[in-house]
Design a protein around this ligand. Structure first.
Ligand SMILES: *Cc1c(COP(=O)(O)O)cnc(C)c1O
Length: 533
C-alpha cells in the first residue's frame, strides 16, 4: 500500500517522447501537460502552448478509426505517456465521449453540392463546448485523484472551479464537472438574463458539487466578480481556484480531433474526394478556440486549403485578417458604441478573442525564424513580441499593423467573413426553405461565410462548415427567423425530446447580491460543507 501519496510516477526522463509546455509571453517555460491543465493561465499572464506542434506521422492510416481511437492518436502526441499512461488516457477518452448521443460523436452531414455540416452538438448540453468540457472534467478528476492517493481530510488537493457564463460555457462546464471527485464548481450567471433553456439546463443539475449562482446584475458584473475572486489573496490562501474558460489548453486539444474525424468522414462519403485532397473549414468564431484547434490539425499535417473565420458584428478578428491591426474598436466606431454588441449569436459576442494570443505567438515565431538564429532565441523573441502587443492591447486598446510577413503568413491559412444579424436570419430562412434544415444562429454565421467562400474558392474544394449548437438552444433567434414560414412549428421541427419537461424539473440555485464578497462567502460555506460531508 502506498502510504503518503508518493505513488510511483515514472519521470519524464525515462521516456523519449516528452511534450512540454511554455507560455506565449515567454517568461514561463518547461511545464508538464498536467501543470498547464490545472493552472489554466500561466503566471506571466500568457497562455500555455506546446513547445512543438507535433507532426501526425502516417495520419492517412487513421482514416478508419472511430472518434475515440482517433482522439487517442491525436492526444498521445501532446500528452507524454510518462504523464498519463496510454491505458489511462484511453479510459479518460472513452468516458468523455460515452455521453454523446451520436454513434459517430461528431457526425458530418451533407447539405448541398460541396457544402457539408459538421454537427458538434450531440453532447449533453447540445453545444460544441461539450466536446472539450466532457474531456476536461474527466482530466481534472484524474489528476486530482492521483494527487490525492493515500491522502485524507485537509491534505487532499481540492479544486474550486469558478466561472461566469452568459449561457453556453456554464452549462457545458456543469455537465463536465458534475459528480467529479475533489472538484466543486460554482457558475455565476446574470439573473434573468440567460435564455430559459440555458437557465433550466444549469439549475436542474442537482449534484452536490454543483452550485449555480444567480447574480443580481449583468454578465459583465459576473465576470468582474470572478476576476475579483481570482485576485483575492484571502480566498487564494485557503482554496485552490480553477478555471474552465477557453484558455485551457486541454480544451483546444480535444477540439483538434474532430477536424481529422470530419476530413475522413468526407473521404468516406464523397467518391470524388481522396485522402490528401484539400478542404476548407468555415468556423463560427468568438474566442478563437475552435478555429485554433483546426490550425493545430493543419500544422500536424491535415490538408486544409483555408480556414474561414466567421464573425458576427463583433468583428475584431475579421478586421485583423483584413488590415493586420488588432483593435478593440474599429477606427470608424463612435466611442459610445465601442462595447460588445449584443447579437443573435451571443456565444460569439466578444470584444477581444482570448485564444488569438496563441496564433500571434506562432506567427511571431515563424517571423523570428526567418532571422536565422537558434530555436531558443526564436521562442524568446516570439514571447517578447506577444507580451508587447498584449500590453498595447491593454493600455492603448489595440496594436498593429503587425509585420507584413506575419499578415501574409496569416492569410495563407485564414480568410475571414463578417456576418450581420440580418444575414444570419436570412441564412436560417434560406436553408430551412431550400433543405428543411434548421440552423442555430451561430451555425448560420458560419454557413453564411461558407456560401461566400464557395463563390470565391476553387469549385473543386469541399467546404466543411462547423455547427456549434443545436437550434433549440437559441429558440429566440430561430423563431424570429422562421415564425412566418409555412408549416414551421418549433415544438415539432426543432425541440429535442431531452428538452421537453426540463423547465418543470426541480432546480437548485442561489440568488446573491451583486458583490464579490457575497459570492466569496457562499463559495466558502459550500466548499466547507462539501469537505465536511
Ligand atoms: C463558444 C461558442 C462559439 C465560439 O467558439 P470559440 O471557440 O470561442 O471561437 C460558437 N458557437 C457556439 C454555440 C458557442 O457556444
Amino acid at each position: 500500500m502506498v502510504a503518503n501519496g508518493t505513488a510511483p510516477r515514472p519521470s519524464a526522463a525515462t521516456h523519449t517522447l516528452s511534450q512540454r509546455y511554455l507560455s506565449t509571453r515567454g517568461d514561463d517555460v518547461d511545464f508538464s501537460f498536467e501543470d498547464a491543465v490545472l493552472k489554466g493561465l500561466a503566471s506571466d499572464g500568457g497562455l500555455y502552448i506546446p513547445e512543438e506542434i507535433p507532426a501526425a506521422e502516417g495520419w492517412e492510416s487513421w482514416k478508419d478509426l472511430s472518434f475515440t481511437e482517433l482522439a487517442f492518436k491525436v492526444m498521445s502526441l501532446y500528452i507524454s505517456p510518462s504523464e498519463i499512461p496510454a491505458e489511462d488516457l484511453k479510459d479518460i477518452i472513452a468516458k468523455s465521449y460515452s455521453t454523446f448521443r451520436s454513434p459517430e460523436t461528431t457526425p458530418l452531414v451533407h447539405l448541398k453540392d460541396n457544402l457539408w455540416l459538421l454537427e458538434l452538438f450531440h453532447g449533453p448540453t447540445f453545444a460544441f463546448k461539450d466536446v472539450a468540457l466532457q474531456f476536461l472534467g474527466n482530466l481534472f478528476e484524474y489528476f486530482l485523484v492521483r494527487r490525492n492517493e493515500g491522502k485524507t481530510g485537509t491534505d487532499r488537493h481540492h479544486l474550486t472551479v469558478v466561472g461566469a457564463t452568459s449561457g453556453d460555457t456554464g452549462s457545458a462546464a456543469i455537465y463536465g464537472l458534475r459528480g467529479k471527485k475533489d472538484v466543486s464548481v460554482f457558475i455565476l450567471h446574470p439573473k434573468g438574463r440567460v435564455s430559459p433553456i440555458q437557465e433550466a439546463q444549469m439549475t436542474t443539475v442537482l449534484d452536490a458539487n454543483v452550485h449555480n449562482i444567480a447574480v443580481r446584475g449583468t454578465f459583465d458584473d459576473c465576470q468582474d466578480i470572478v476576476k475579483a475572486l481570482f485576485a483575492d489573496p484571502e480566498i487564494n490562501s485557503t482554496h485552490k481556484l480553477g478555471a474552465v474558460n477557453s484558455i485551457n489548453f486541454a480544451r483546444i486539444l480535444a477540439q483538434v480531433v474532430y477536424y481529422f474525424h470530419s476530413y475522413f468522414a468526407l473521404a468516406k462519403t464523397n467518391p470524388s474526394f481522396s485522402i490528401g485532397d484539400k478542404v476548407r473549414f468555415a468556423v463560427p468564431t468568438g474566442n478563437f478556440g475552435d478555429v485554433l484547434a483546426g490550425y493545430f490539425a493543419h500544422r500536424m499535417g491535415l490538408p486544409v486549403e483555408k480556414f474561414v473565420v466567421a464573425t458576427n458584428e463583433n468583428d475584431i478578428l475579421d478586421r485583423f485578417f483584413k488590415t493586420g491591426r488588432y483593435e478593440k474598436k474599429a477606427p470608424t466606431t463612435a466611442v459610445e458604441d465601442a462595447g460588445v454588441k449584443e447579437t443573435l449569436s451571443p456565444a460569439m459576442d466578444i470584444l477581444v478573442s482570448s485564444n488569438f494570443e496563441r496564433l500571434l505567438w506562432f506567427l511571431a515565431y515563424e517571423f523570428a525564424e526567418s532571422a536565422g538564429m537558434d530555436d531558443e532565441w526564436n521562442k524568446k523573441q516570439a514571447g517578447q513580441e506577444v507580451k508587447q502587443w498584449l500590453g498595447d492591447l491593454k493600455t492603448k486598446g489595440g496594436f498593429g499593423p503587425v509585420y507584413q510577413d506575419m499578415i501574409t503568413s496569416a492569410r495563407r491559412n485564414f480568410e475571414s467573413e463578417r456576418v450581420t444579424d440580418a444575414q444570419t436570419v436570412d441564412t436560417i430562412k434560406a436553408y430551412y426553405n431550400e433543405l428543411g434544415y434548421v440552423l442555430d444562429p451561430h451555425t448560420a454565421v458560419g454557413v453564411a461565410a461558407s456560401d461566400r467562400s464557395i463563390k470565391k474558392a476553387d469549385a473543386a474544394v469541399p467546404h466543411i462548415s462547423l455547427s456549434t449548437a443545436h437550434p433549440a438552444k437559441f429558440a429566440g433567434a430561430v423563431e424570429l427567423a422562421l415564425k412566418d414560414e409555412e408549416g414551421f412549428n418549433f415544438e415539432e421541427k426543432v425541440l429535442p425530446a431531452e428538452f421537453v419537461g426540463l423547465d418543470k424539473r426541480e432546480r437548485r440555485v442561489k440568488e446573491v447580491e451583486c458583490t464579490w464578497e457575497a459570492v466569496r462567502e457562499f463559495v466558502r460555506a459550500k466548499v466547507s460543507e462539501e469537505l465536511g460531508a
